[in-house]
Design a protein around this ligand. Structure first.
Ligand code: HAM
Length: 420
């Protein structure tokens, strides 16, 4: 019997798996330059954290959580997102008692029991950033700019930014009531009618055309913002424009998690089909209090690593051949003694910072040279008994097939020079 990865999950394997690392590093680099520190939280938490933090009326909590009792009888949930865990960690360690904002970034697996399809998985990777404890439009704009720079560093040109504001605890309830009144007058099925009472904003996100047609005249949150929220939003927009980050106002943008207030945004890519959001985030001024902490107005985002790679694929930015090239030098040794010598040579090369591999097992010269070609290395080192006697090695340039003899004592320096 053989096993398959569970439904909705997949493995990242070479050469594509190199992209996961490259994407993570490219998205993290702008954050680190802006003073965000790395945080790593467990991949599971107390179930209650997500119920309260993300909200029981959301699909994520009500339908998609991987929840189980551990052997001690505690209800545990595999994290479906990283924001509630990060806020939990900040409160637990009292980071908010120091300098504010607390700026953190993270990277890791998330788990949601979703209907699996291209770009929508049950296990996926995010890079996220959170800035906690400051209410300042410049912080919202900073995070958006940093995400934008990360996408740009990957060469992506097709990412679009959608921007909205969801108001605060003053103006949102007024808007919510107005929206509910409008929605109650529509011809909707029972589950949707129930949703009007629990989470009316999510109805705006309904993808069905018979629902969308009826929503044309729905009240928009942007028209119901209080003075403070309006001014805050205008400042975020101004800063983005000044920083030359293009955005589109999307008054219908609502997010799938309950904690959002004021600024909300999504990065979308048109090469992905229906799962077009490559990243998203916003402000969550009330989340800390919801999970038992002090007021801690905060903002953050999470970018989907898997979807970012799909976007890169759609833009033709993936180069599997380049990703497959893990080493620069590949050793081919013939005979016991030569093999031992090659083992030490490869060890020395690695020590000197040169990526090197060698042929293992007992294949002949032909098989070993094929392996050298397949490795994508630039140089093969060939060591036979005659070379060994001469204390030298043949260095073959695999692109030009040119071969030179180099003394064993000089090979590390020579290769370092050639690979500069
Ligand atoms: P989210 O919009 O639920 O936000 O997820 C962020 C990104 O993760 C999405 O835009 C998408 O690229 C990726 N993603 C989500 N679900 C899946 C899935 N099933 N398969 C593949 N990729 C997926 C959050 O998670 C918030 N915690 C973001 C945030 C941080 N807000 C404030 N701070």
């Amino acid at each position: 019997m053989t096993f398959q990865a569970p439904k909705g999950t997949f493995d990242w394997i070479p050469p594509r798996s190199e992209r996961v690392l490259a994407v993570r590093d490219a998205l993290a680099a702008p954050l680190r330059r802006a003073g965000y520190g790395y945080v790593e939280t467990p991949s599971f938490e107390d179930t209650e954290l997500f119920k309260r933090g993300v909200g029981e009326s959301t699909d994520v909590v009500s339908k998609e959580m991987y929840t189980f009792l551990d052997k001690g009888g505690r209800s545990i949930t595999l994290r479906p997102e990283g924001t509630a865990p990060v806020v939990r960690a900040v409160l637990q360690h009292g980071l908010h008692n120091g300098q504010l904002p607390v700026k953190l970034w993270y990277s890791g697996s998330q788990y949601r029991y979703e209907r699996a399809q291209k770009g929508r998985y049950r296990h996926f990777w995010q890079v996220g950033a959170e800035a906690l404890g400051a209410e300042d439009p410049a912080l919202d704009a900073e995070l958006i700019v940093l995400a934008w720079q990360g996408y740009a560093a990957l060469g992506l040109t097709g990412v679009r930014l959608l921007l909205n504001s969801l108001g605060d605890r003053q103006c949102r309830p007024v808007y919510r009531a107005a929206l509910q009144e409008f929605l109650r007058g529509l011809d909707l099925d029972e589950p949707t009618r129930e949703r009007i009472e629990i989470n009316p904003l999510r109805v705006l996100d309904d993808k069905r055309s018979e629902v969308q047609e009826q929503l044309t005249g729905a009240p928009l949150v942007i028209d119901h913002l209080c003075g403070d929220c309006k001014a805050y939003h205008e400042e975020v927009r101004w800063l983005l424009t000044a920083a030359a980050v293009p955005y589109a106002d999307d008054p219908r943008l609502v997010r799938g998690l309950d904690y959002y207030t004021r600024t909300t945004f999504e990065f979308v890519h048109d090469g992905l089909g229906s799962q077009s959001a490559v990243g998203g985030g916003g402000r969550y001024d009330g989340l800390s209090e919801v999970i038992g902490g002090p007021p801690l107005p905060s903002v953050g985002w999470a970018l989907g690593v898997d979807r970012t790679i799909l976007a890169m694929e759609a833009e033709g930015l993936l180069d599997d051949a380049a990703d497959a090239r893990l080493v620069d030098v590949y050793g081919v040794a013939l005979g016991e003694e030569a093999k031992r010598r090659m083992f030490l040579l490869v060890t020395d090369l690695r020590q000197a910072g040169v990526g090197a591999d060698m042929a293992y097992g007992s294949r002949g010269m032909k098989g070993a040279m094929k392996a050298a070609d397949r490795s994508g290395a630039r140089f093969a080192l060939i060591l036979g008994e005659r070379d060994l006697a001469a204390e030298a090695v043949q260095v073959k340039d695999l692109t030009t097939a040119e071969q030179t003899e180099v003394p064993l004592t000089e090979v590390v320096t020579t290769l370092k020079g050639k690979l500069k």
